[in-house]
Ligand binder design. Structure first.
Ligand code: ZN
Length: 430
């Protein structure tokens, strides 16, 4: 099921010189980008819960296509106003397609998911990156960049560029930012307990330490009535990565890669969304990838009792043979010392922030505003590393920028940097 057989016939004069058949996956799940989540013909969801009912079932070995809305349910527009990023109701995210039940999968198995291909939907060949407002989501450097900003990106086949960050063009590394299996009942209880314990340590913090379950804007697939009300109270939000994979934001889970997901419920119940055209390691500005709507082709299989056989409790990923071929990188080193000069003990979070800030300052010499450089590090194929985690008292983290994505040379030379007008990010108005 899920296939459309096609014949490819190439005629030259009246001679047929090549003929082969191939298979195109039909959409198993479709979305209508002109309608909100609640009005989709095929139900979608924005919470993790074992009782969200599957919208389709497939067999191990099947190939199928899933269409996805963007993570915000179409809230962010292709325009020069970042008011939508500032005002996004975060209880609406992330809109996920599925769940798809895999016949025969049982708790303890591993679900083998091949990401065969990913693409944009016709007439929606664009994406966006945002800096979230300090009071609505924040981000990795929210203390330094607290105001909402936006860049929209035009997709040109495998490439992208943005009028809001000029002088740069790069190939995409498309991936689903969020994908995973449904949690079982006991795992869901464990998540809610440990995250509420964390929130209790500083309940008034802005931004919050974690996002507890809330019925506000909960979309729960086909559930309604009393069942909806009960599940909405306990269903997990989609923000963090967890044992079911979830919001991993690993840019290298790209087309051609294979993931092994733990199975916690009968049928595994696979859901996916939050497609990214590109992203830097860390997705630092939070809405930091090039976010888009799109489609993904999957092949699935099951390894019986795979969790026990391999001792796997979180997703394991086999990388793709296909990724953008950038080889010339400029690395910026960060250490566990903050902007005020305070030394932290082996803090990789502080060290990664330090590396990002050094890179942002450097890019400023070429004409980029600090916020533009922040968004660029977030969205371009940036390589982040924990380079050393043993040299007391500083961790060493690095941010690697591919030099080939720029229209000009960013490497240090005797001539010095050339600063030019690089456009500007969209700001909120109205
Ligand atoms: Zn995303």
């Amino acid at each position: 099921m899920g296939f459309r057989e096609r014949k490819l016939v190439i005629q030259k004069g009246d001679q047929e010189f090549r003929k082969e058949s191939y298979k195109m996956p039909e959409p198993l799940l479709s979305v209508d980008l002109t309608k909100p989540a609640e009005e989709q013909d095929t139900p979608v969801h924005n919470r993790w819960h074992p009782e969200i009912p599957p919208v389709a079932s497939i067999n191990p070995g099947d190939v199928f296509r899933v269409q996805c809305k963007d993570w915000t349910d179409g809230f962010i527009g292709y325009n020069d106003n970042a008011a939508d990023v500032r005002d996004l109701p975060l209880t609406r995210v992330h809109i996920l397609s599925g769940p798809v039940a895999v016949n025969g999968a049982e708790p303890g198995d591993l679900l083998v998911v091949d990401i065969l291909d990913i693409g944009a939907l016709p007439d929606y060949e664009w994406g966006y990156t945002g800096i979230f407002d300090y009071n609505n989501g924040g981000g990795f450097l929210t203390n330094i960049f607290p105001e909402a900003r936006k860049a929209v990106w035009d997709l040109e086949g495998v490439y992208t560029r943005s009028r809001h960050i000029q002088g740069v063009r790069f190939a995409g590394i498309l991936h689903p930012g969020q994908i995973g299996t449904a949690p079982g009942e006991s795992l869901l209880r464990k998540w809610n307990q440990r995250e509420s314990d964390l929130i209790d340590t500083d309940p008034e913090r802005v931004p919050p330490l974690a996002n507890p379950p809330t019925p506000e804007n909960a979309v729960l697939g086909g559930l309604d009535g009393a069942e909806y009300d009960r599940v909405a109270q306990e269903a997990a939000r989609t923000v963090p990565p967890r044992e079911n994979c979830g919001n991993h934001d690993i840019k290298n889970l790209t087309r051609g890669s294979r993931a092994f997901f733990p199975v916690f419920v009968d049928g595994a119940n696979l859901s996916v969304g939050d497609i990214h055209f590109s992203q830097g390691d860390g997705e630092i500005s939070f809405c930091g990838a090039i976010e888009m709507a799109g489609w993904i082709d999957f092949h699935v299989d099951v390894i019986k009792d795979g969790m026990n056989k391999y001792g796997v409790r979180n997703a394991v990923i086999q990388l793709s043979p296909i990724e953008p071929r950038y080889s010339d990188f400029l690395l910026f080193e960060g250490i566990s010392v903050d902007r005020e000069g305070t030394q932290y003990y082996m803090d990789a979070h502080v060290a990664y922030q330090d590396a990002c800030l050094k890179a942002i300052e450097y890019l400023g010499k070429f004409g980029y505003a600090e916020e533009q450089a922040y968004v660029l590090l977030s969205a371009a194929p940036i390589e982040g590393r924990v380079s050393a985690i043993v040299d007391i008292p500083s961790a060493c983290c690095t941010v690697g920028i591919p030099t080939e994505i720029f229209d000009f040379d960013i490497k240090p030379t005797a001539a010095g940097p050339v600063s030019e007008d690089r456009g500007q990010l969209a700001m909120p108005s109205g």
